[in-house]
Write a protein that binds this ligand. Structure first.
Ligand SMILES: [Zn+2]
Ligand SMILES: [Zn+2]
Length: 441
């Protein structure tokens, strides 16, 4: 008795993880047929038939006529083939039963409708499992949503680029114009006053000089008339005359001096204030700390000697953001400042969680769930009454800390696999009466 292997070739739908598409793949599996049985005579036909039946789930009219003409050419074998067909059907239904039994342990399609198909593909975005058809439907609906967002983006882009007037800066420009006119008016007025003052000074100066000339002339006249003068008098009168003459040409008493303390015109500058709401403290891990002044201040209780986490209200996902913190601590308290992922639950030693990134006052850097001593010089400083600027650069996955007193900047690259967006302001306090205030940016 010899045994021939029969190779079944079946089309199955495979999910290509890399390209995220479905593709049709052929798999081979084998059964064994006893060659001494009558079935083996029709081995080739049987094989072709089975191949055909399995690879084409439903035959088109053309395929059917081809198939029938194939059978007509082999009339002597038709009956046997028909017998085989039933045998095959039995075999195939067993095969399907196996598939069904295997699939019954799998998840059902999670499309939400009455689909009874097994879920064969996971969507990583929503963690649902779908059958082939509904997975494709799901992707199509996501494509449609994507197109809606893209068209909104294009509309927005076109309006802002083609109609820059949509951003109304006219009132600000008018304010600048007003400042210009008022400043020019002030300067002109001041200059006019100065000119007037100079004219008055000149008149007074000339009057004073002519009085002096007159007095000198009288002295000389008197001396001449009475012949009452010596060499010394001549010398003195000549010197006095030179003196008066030089005073007339360049009045040394008049000059312009600048007063830096009282600016005539105050400089103005344009500054852009983001319309985003200011940050506030919002969540606390336990009641060992208290949020005060509507969220602007967080303060640790008097009898407190452990760690606790405090979070900000805002979520940061795009663009740069700056938060200014004033350390109103009674002394140089232990403080951790940085970010945490919004999805990470609040905890006591929050700085050691994988999603925590930041710095602490004892000169340690925290990232990826571990910490290290800051070897760079100068060290991280968070002293009493220091103002710390925290900058969250979401677009570049980077955070930085600048102490306004020391002007020293520390930077940290954030691995968003560990600290997924959105980020939140993350503070951890340890000592009694620690107190931090959020200043307006
Ligand atoms: Zn999904
Ligand atoms: Zn389905």
């Amino acid at each position: 008795m010899s045994i021939f292997p029969i190779i079944f070739i079946v089309n199955i739908i495979m999910f290509d993880e890399k390209r995220r598409v479905y593709s049709s793949e052929r798999i081979h599996f084998r059964i064994r047929v006893d060659c001494d049985s009558p079935f083996s005579y029709f081995f080739d036909d049987f094989l072709r038939f089975i191949k055909y039946m399995i690879t084409s789930r439903s035959m088109t009219d053309k395929e059917q006529s081809c198939f029938l003409s194939y059978l007509a050419l082999n009339t002597s074998q038709v009956n046997n083939i028909i017998v085989f067909y039933y045998a095959f059907c039995r075999l195939f239904s067993l095969f399907l039963d196996n598939i069904y039994m295997a699939s019954s342990t799998r998840k059902k399609c999670g499309t939400g409708s009455d689909c009874k198909q097994a879920g064969v593909a996971n969507c990583e975005g929503c963690s649902k499992v779908f059958c082939t058809k509904h997975f494709n439907d799901h992707r199509r609906s996501l494509d449609e949503e994507m197109n809606v967002i893209l068209s909104k983006y294009n509309d927005f882009k076109n309006t802002t680029i083609q109609e820059p007037t949509i951003v109304n800066i006219q009132p600000i420009i008018e304010e600048v114009n007003k400042w210009e006119q008022e400043s020019v008016k002030k300067i002109q007025q001041n200059a006019a006053e100065l000119r007037n003052e100079l004219l008055q000074l000149r008149t007074a100066h000339i009057e004073s000089l002519s009085t002096k000339f007159q007095s000198l002339a009288e002295q000389m006249k008197k001396g001449q008339e009475q012949q009452d003068f010596l060499e010394a008098d001549l010398l003195r009168w000549e010197k006095r005359l030179d003196d008066l003459k030089s005073n007339l040409i360049s009045p040394s008493a008049i000059n312009i001096k600048q007063d830096d303390n009282i600016p005539l015109v105050h400089l103005i500058a344009v500054s852009y204030l983001s319309t985003e709401k200011n940050e506030l403290f919002d969540r606390i891990f336990n009641d060992k700390v208290r949020i005060e002044e509507g969220g602007e201040v967080v303060v640790a209780l008097k009898a407190f000697m452990s760690y606790t986490e405090v979070r900000g209200k805002n979520s940061y996902e795009f663009g740069p953001h700056k938060i200014r913190l004033l350390l109103e601590n009674p002394s140089d308290q232990w403080t951790f400042l940085g970010i945490n992922s919004k999805s990470t639950p609040l905890q006591q030693s929050s700085f050691s969680s994988k999603s925590a990134y930041g710095w602490c006052s004892s000169n340690y850097i925290y990232s990826n769930g571990s910490y290290q001593f800051n070897k760079t010089n100068p060290p991280i400083q968070m002293k009493q009454n220091d103002i710390i600027n925290l900058i969250f650069d979401c677009d570049n996955c980077k955070i930085s800390m600048v102490n306004e007193r020391t002007k020293i900047k520390h930077e940290l690259i954030v691995d968003v696999n560990n600290c997924p967006f959105p980020w939140q302001l993350h503070v951890n306090l340890r000592q009694p009466e620690s107190r931090i205030r959020i200043l307006s940016a």
